[in-house]
Design a protein around this ligand. Structure first.
Ligand code: SF4
Ligand code: SF4
Length: 708
């Protein structure tokens, strides 16, 4: 048996090499004769494998003869093709002069489609035949469409299909490497590796575990690479951008398919994604010149494309998270998901579908697998941002933010609490430390209500002393997602999107006030209802759950992600700009009366500034800050999260973040304020408060009274 498998592997390797070289030729084929020659050779391969496939349907002399005839017939047909191509070229050359260029293909798209179809047919027949030769005949019952479809899917998820396909992708990418940009080559090679690490290929538990983790890791790496590449280049060929979005869309289908395969042993969705990915891949490599560098476009000018990018990545991550949870926890994860049977009347079935979909979404996005995976992915972008951040204070905050995410989103809920409180219900956590800050981790019993209030009091004190950034730029899990390089660059949509523009500036618009009111009222009602429910005074559930658990799931496990992918329309940090987060609202209320504000060393520098980089770089769109700096030398807004991009972007190093530490220093006559960078447009003066210490070079002093 081993000898037979070695022979099969050698045969498959030969087919892989032949197919890859033919695709390489196809990429060069521009004339009818060359194109028909490539198709002829591909069809010859199909004919050979088809003959073998006929034999293996019922091995014996009769099928051997039938297989031989089918192979010969197909080969004869393919000869006609090459002859037709030859005649076409001769005829068109006859009407040209001797120095004219050779005739070009009239229908290149048809040629590409024919190449893809023959390669697919070849792979499919090979997958079936080699599986049969290895002793695993896959039934393909043409009588029933569903059974036939299941058979097709089983062929596609067989190792002979997936490994062969992966090797072909690798080899074609290598052969075409001179024509591909480094970024595109990286994407194509990653595709090959991800295809290789397909869990259904072997299906045993060790392979499944290794490939679920390994394939997910590779896909996360690819997504990080794509995001960072977009951040660095800002512009890319249009076809490359379109390819990326289609690929990520197929990866979304692939991860959904893998989840269905893992839970229900249903391989069809995964198989469909593999076939579609092959079509996408070969469509590109047969015509690599489609990636025309002269068609570069800025993705920040394409909100719909960016929305498609974020949505496809998110759906892929959602199912990847579910798959990781299922792999890590076994069937306990799946059986722990709230689910209603899809039975009864149509309204009952629709309600069950909504109920199951909502809780699947909410449970996965709050799960360890998903949060750990998102932490690695978005954390990598934050690390890239950290490397290019000059301000020491911002660097420390970014590092703290990473640590808080690891502690509150991953370590405490998944490791610490289960060990400390083994009998606590799944998902429950100690209110003070949990990233849900007590709301939503479990019903609010009377006993813990005080603890939750204490949590918010601690948040309030921290916000009073250090501003809202204690929560919205450090403690909360959201800023990790917002502040990585690429997502941070999406703050450009805060100014370009018609909807996001309505929330610009520190002003509280009517829409903002309405959202905030709804959120705070819902928090109050849900909290009281939960306490009354726990006290046995009022029995109330929402969508089968405690009101606060539902409220938290709605806002932070569902709505937050929905709004995250709509950043191209709603702007970055939309939980802050639109005011739909009750935690942020509580924090901002305390921050509003606290010490935190933005200050400048010199009002005059701001008065002379024409670039207004601070306003441009603000991720929550506080575009009115330069006006305040010019008038008062400082700016306060309860929307300000203290991200520090403004400090980083001011070309004159004129800004700094002021909080209780500066107040204490001022109070006790220590250093009045931090030293800024040299200010090239002003010359220093010896004395004065922070607003009068410098004045514009060559200009009379225009400094007014020192700001408060
Ligand atoms: S507004 Fe809410 S979700 Fe957004 S960063 Fe602040 S605490 Fe987090
Ligand atoms: S803080 Fe810097 S960027 Fe902003 S207005 Fe003043 S000088 Fe210009």
């Amino acid at each position: 048996m081993l000898a037979a498998e070695i022979v099969l592997v050698l045969l498959a390797s030969g087919m892989v090499a032949a197919t890859a070289f033919l695709i390489r030729w196809a990429a060069d084929a521009r004339t009818p004769l060359r194109a028909s020659t490539v198709l002829f050779l591909l069809l010859m391969m199909v004919a050979m494998v088809a003959g073998a496939a006929i034999y293996y349907t019922a091995p014996g002399p009769a099928r051997l003869v039938e297989g031989f005839w089918v192979a010969s017939g197909l080969m004869s047909v393919s000869v006609v093709l090459v002859f037709a191509g030859f005649l076409e070229e001769v005829r068109r050359r006859a009407s040209r002069g001797p120095t004219d260029p050779p005739p070009v293909l009239r229908h290149p798209r048809t040629f590409v489609a024919a190449v893809i179809a023959t390669v697919l047919a070849n792979e499919f027949l090979m997958g079936w035949t080699f599986s049969a030769a290895a002793g695993a005949t896959i039934p393909l019952d043409p009588a029933g469409l569903a059974a036939f479809g299941v058979g097709l899917a089983q062929v596609v998820v067989s190792p002979w299909f997936l490994f062969t396909m992966s090797a072909e992708m690798l080899l074609t990418a290598y052969l075409l490497r001179d024509r591909l940009s480094p970024a595109l080559l990286t994407v194509l090679l990653s595709q090959s590796a991800i295809m290789f690490l397909s869990p259904p290929a072997l299906g045993d538990s060790a392979w499944t575990a290794a490939t679920v983790y390994g394939g997910s890791g590779l896909m996360i790496g690819l997504i990080v690479f794509v995001m960072e590449h977009l951040y660095r280049t800002r512009e890319a060929p249009r076809a490359f951008l379109d390819y990326l979005v289609r690929l990520l869309g197929l990866y979304a289908l692939m991860m959904a398919g893998l989840y269905l395969w893992w839970v229900y042993a249903f391989p069809a969705a995964f198989a469909l994604s593999v076939v579609l990915e092959m079509v996408l891949y070969f469509e590109l490599v047969v015509r690599p010149e489609r990636i025309d560098p002269s068609t570069r476009v800025a993705w920040q000018d394409r909100p719909h494309w960016t929305f498609a990018l974020l949505s496809t990545i998110f759906v892929a991550e959602l199912f990847m998270g579910a798959l990781l949870d299922a792999q890590a926890s076994g069937s306990a994860f799946v059986s722990g998901l709230p689910a209603l049977p899809w039975t009864g009347t149509l309204p009952e079935s629709l309600y069950a579908a909504f109920y199951n979909g909502f809780w699947f979404f909410a449970a996965v996005t709050a799960s360890t697998g998903f949060l750990a995976m998102m932490g690695i992915e978005m954390g990598a972008l934050v690390v890239f941002k950290l490397r290019e951040t000059r301000s020491r204070e911002t660097r420390i905050r970014l590092a703290l933010m990473l640590g808080c995410y690891g502690a509150f989103a991953v370590f405490f809920p998944s490791l610490y609490y289960p060990l400390l409180f083994p009998r606590a219900p799944t998902g429950a956590s100690v209110p003070v430390l949990g990233w849900s800050m007590g709301i939503g981790s479990a019903p609010l019993a009377v006993g813990v209500f005080g603890v939750v209030l204490a949590t918010y009091a601690i948040v309030g004190v921290a916000s009073f002393l250090f501003g809202r950034r204690a929560v919205c730029s450090t403690f909360c899990t959201a800023p990790l997602m917002y502040q990585g390089t690429t997502i941070d660059a999406m703050k450009s949509f805060n100014r370009s999107s018609p909807l996001a523009r309505k929330f610009l500036s520190s002003r509280f618009s009517a829409a903002y006030s309405v959202t905030l009111s709804v959120v705070m009222i819902s928090l109050g009602v849900a909290s009281v209802a939960s306490v009354l429910d726990q006290a046995g005074l009022w029995t109330v559930t929402v969508l089968g759950s405690d009101p606060t658990v539902f409220l938290f799931a709605l806002y932070f496990s569902v709505l937050w992600y929905v709004l995250f992918v709509t950043i191209p329309y709603t702007g970055n940090y939309n939980c802050v700009t639109m005011g739909w987060c009750y935690t942020g609202a509580i924090s901002q209320a305390f921050g509003r009366v606290g010490f935190f504000r933005l200050r400048v060393h010199s009002r005059e520098v701001c008065q002379r500034c024409t670039t207004l980089d601070c306003a441009q770089s603000c991720p929550v769109g506080l575009v009115d800050m330069p006006g305040h700096f010019r008038r008062k030398g400082e700016f306060r807004s309860s929307k300000c999260c203290g991200v520090g991009d403004c400090v980083e972007s001011c070309p004159y190093g004129n800004m700094y973040l002021y909080d209780v530490r500066h107040w204490v220093r001022e109070r006790f006559g220590l250093v009045a304020h931090p030293r800024g960078e040299p200010l090239p447009m002003v010359r220093p003066r010896a004395v004065g408060s922070h607003a009068t210490r410098t004045e514009p070079a060559g200009a009379p002093s225009t400094a007014g009274p020192a700001p408060p």
